[in-house]
Write a protein that binds this ligand. Structure first.
Ligand code: ZN
Length: 363
């Protein structure tokens, strides 16, 4: 198959568009012919590498992908040997067999082991042997990928692969954070720090779906205009308001917001100031870097909660993908590149030039 891979960590120049062996589906896995992959900032971080990251090189980036099932191997009955490849008719009737060859699917990159206490309790994002597709396992910048059947969501045949791939990681991440961890309620006010990222736009849409009021702090007028177009109620331009916590305070009648979505990290102090007493700060990432200072007095004196999470459970993924397929949540699409131009696509993402999701077209 054709794939974009790298043999050593480094800048965009380490990415090579080349031939690589097509994976074989293990028992309980489906082989997907990918048609679209979507980019996440994590892709670039993995390509750059970090201390302690252990990969089997060459590595293939990419957590998000959508395509068609071309082969599957049934799960092993307990205690038996090799799984056997089955066609669509044979696989139906198996417990896990709602999926068959020819089905259009989108992948959930959140790979739990399926057997630990947390996976068995349906909390697979707390798995003791957790992996993320494209991070420690070869990902979706390729014509084919093989993943466990439980990771797949069946798409309507006419649903656009690019929209599905663009939605998968960011919407489940935003859904778990806002709805499950943050318990966001109708009528509450949520502040989103940053206007352009995929999780931020997904968070804004989910908050509106729940019936919350949305405040967005963005880096320039153009990104804020786009935030407004997806329903943001109050817009704050941080190029004009360096201390935007004060602007949020004033915009909420000196009350503060109920919830902040802060995936920057280095902005935590401003976010803590913008919260009302008893408010919740949600975080799923650290685009501004991993280390920063917090004044602890704000946390206890204001009764604040800081809630972290990453990805979602398999059940929540299906919940939120239903809204995507129904059109109630619509991923914001930025730009599409051919697979072989993945390096250019990553550069656009890393320079924050995008609004919404960048995808790769895999033919
Ligand atoms: Zn597990």
């Amino acid at each position: 198959m054709k794939a974009v891979l790298f043999h050593q960590h480094g800048g965009p120049e380490v990415l090579q568009y080349t031939d690589f062996p097509t994976p074989e589906p293990k028992p309980g896995e489906a082989l997907i012919r990918l048609h679209a992959a979507a980019l996440n900032r994590m892709d670039v971080m993995v390509r750059n590498g970090w201390p302690g990251l252990k990969l089997e090189l060459p590595h293939i980036n990419g957590a998000d992908g959508a395509g068609e099932i071309v082969a599957l191997t049934p799960p092993l009955p307990a205690g038996e040997g090799q799984g056997v490849r089955a066609n669509a008719e044979e696989i139906r009737g198996l417990e896990i067999g709602e999926l068959g060859v020819g089905d259009h699917v989108v992948i959930n990159a959140n790979l739990g082991c399926g057997t630990c206490e947390f996976c068995l309790a349906g909390k697979d994002n707390l798995c003791r042997d957790w992996h993320l597709l494209g991070e420690t396992i070869r990902g979706t910048y390729a014509e084919y990928v093989s993943v466990p059947l439980r990771q797949l969501y069946k798409l309507p045949d006419d649903f656009d692969y690019h929209r599905a791939a663009a939605a998968a990681l960011v919407y489940q991440t935003a859904w778990h954070s806002l709805v499950k961890r943050g318990n966001l309620q109708e009528g509450e006010t949520v502040l989103i720090v940053g206007a352009g990222g995929g999780v931020n736009t997904a968070s804004a849409q989910i908050a509106k779906l729940i019936g919350a009021q949305v405040v967005v702090v963005g880096s320039d007028a153009k990104k804020l205009e786009l935030a407004e177009s997806i329903g943001a109620d109050i817009l704050i331009d941080r190029s004009k308001e360096a201390d935007w916590s004060r602007a949020v305070f004033l915009a909420t009648n000196k009350r503060g917001v109920d919830v902040v979505v802060d995936n920057v990290g280095t902005t935590f102090m401003l976010s803590l100031r913008a919260l009302r007493k008893g408010g919740r700060l949600l975080t799923v990432g650290n685009s501004g870097g991993p280390k920063f200072e917090i004044d602890n007095r704000y946390i206890f004196a204001k009764h604040l909660s800081i809630l972290g999470s990453t990805m979602s459970t398999l059940a929540e993924f299906k919940e939120v993908m239903d809204f995507i397929v129904q059109g109630k949540l619509q991923p914001i699409m930025d730009k599409t590149y051919p697979l072989q131009d993945a390096a250019d696509a990553q550069e656009r993402l890393w320079r924050n030039e995008n609004f919404g999701k960048i995808t790769l077209d895999i033919g």
